[in-house]
Design a protein around this ligand. Structure first.
Ligand SMILES: [Zn+2]
Length: 369
């Protein structure tokens, strides 16, 4: 019998390797499960409700996206004439449909990080007062500005207005076209609740999540209105891409973590955790009225990139809000690129999304008899 220490068993070495690995798997799995617990799939329910979009809607959306992104082109405070042309065009369209229209000022202070000089731009709001419960308000909106050129598509770094920027067809002429189509669908209708359709300015960097963000200015004013009870806010941001792409910008593993699978055959309702019930309620209404699958995902806002759009502004004042989107850079290779042009969007599918939304919004505000 030997008194020397027995040789280390290979099992111990294996354990040294396996224990951290197992812990990592459990941790990552736990995070995935937690995030995925916010995800649901709502397939269309065949029935009388979800009739296909009317003929002509896809063409109308294409014309409107083309007008904003090509005829008007880049539109942001560094091209004030184009931004004003976009605002005036949206305003005129809302007026022609018979809504009460307001121009609401958004101030931009002098200096960094904006470098526009002190100036003022506008949110454009179309509203119709509810006949029975006018204090109950639904807000539906999308931003009409496009992103100024920056050193890269992620928009890190200073604005470079001397360079050409994206024409912003999908981001976000698509949502403005959708907003106008929703306005048109509901133009002749009375609502029991109040509907406010808003085209927001200054969603894009360097204004995103600053005092000069149009939707933040709007949300704060809304929250300060006495007697107004906001039932929720639906934001639209990039609603035009439903075709396979190379996926140059997609982060690997996104589908596993969030439930936002690779196949581009759905539209997503993305929210923070607190707004997930509102997003699901609306998705369930959409399911009876739209001909496309909805995936909801409630992603903890742990990182700046997780706040997707103007819904973020409403979260700041405690209003439930989510964004209707094709999932932006997770799907759309042309996101924030010069190649985000009107001829690259999938209008027939986008028409189904907009048609489903228009009828969903009508239901939520109690349109019709
Ligand atoms: Zn956008």
């Amino acid at each position: 019998m030997s008194a020397s220490r027995p040789p280390r068993k290979p099992r111990t070495r294996l354990r040294r390797f396996l224990v951290p690995l197992a812990a990592a798997v459990v941790l990552v799995g736990g995070v995935c499960l937690f995030v995925q617990s916010g995800s649901r799939v709502f397939h269309p329910r065949p029935g009388d409700g979800n009739l296909p979009a009317p003929m002509g809607l896809a063409d109308q959306l294409r014309d409107d996206v083309r007008h904003l992104s090509e005829t008007i082109g880049e539109r942001h405070p560094y091209r004030p004439e184009a931004l004003e042309a976009a605002a005036a065009w949206i305003e005129a369209r809302f007026h022609a449909l018979g809504y009460d229209v307001r121009r609401l000022p958004v101030g931009i202070p002098e200096g960094a990080p904006f470098h526009t000089g002190e100036t003022r731009v506008w949110n454009i709001e179309a509203s119709r007062r509810g006949t029975e419960r006018p204090n109950e308000v639904l807000v539906v909106g999308g931003h009409y500005d496009s992103k100024v050129a920056t050193p890269n598509w992620r928009a890190a770094g200073p604005p470079q207005p001397q360079r050409l920027g994206t024409p912003g067809a999908n981001d976000n002429a698509s949502a403005v076209a959708g907003l106008l189509a929703i306005a048109e669908h509901l133009a002749e209708t009375e609502f029991r609740r109040t509907l406010r359709l808003v085209a927001f300015v200054n969603e894009e960097p360097p204004f995103f999540r600053t005092e000069a963000m149009g939707s933040l200015v709007y949300a704060r004013a809304l929250a300060a209105e006495p007697d107004t009870e906001v039932i929720g806010m639906i934001s639209m941001d990039l609603i035009g891409c439903y075709s396979p792409q190379v996926r140059t910008k997609r982060i690997p593993g996104t589908g596993l973590v969030t439930g936002l699978v690779d196949r581009p055959d759905y539209v997503a309702f993305l929210s923070n955790r607190r707004s997930r019930h509102f997003a699901r309620e609306v998705a369930a209404v959409f399911q009876e009225r739209g001909a496309i699958t909805v995936r909801t995902a409630a992603i903890p806002a742990v990182h700046r990139s997780v706040a997707w759009s103007d819904d973020w502004a409403f979260w700041q004042v405690g209003i439930p809000a989510f964004t209707v989107t094709d999932t932006a850079w997770l799907r759309h290779d042309h996101y924030h690129e010069l190649s985000d042009t009107w001829d690259r969007l999938d209008y027939p599918v986008m028409a189904e999304v907009v048609w489903g939304l228009a009828r969903t919004v009508g239901h939520l505000v109690g349109a019709g008899p």
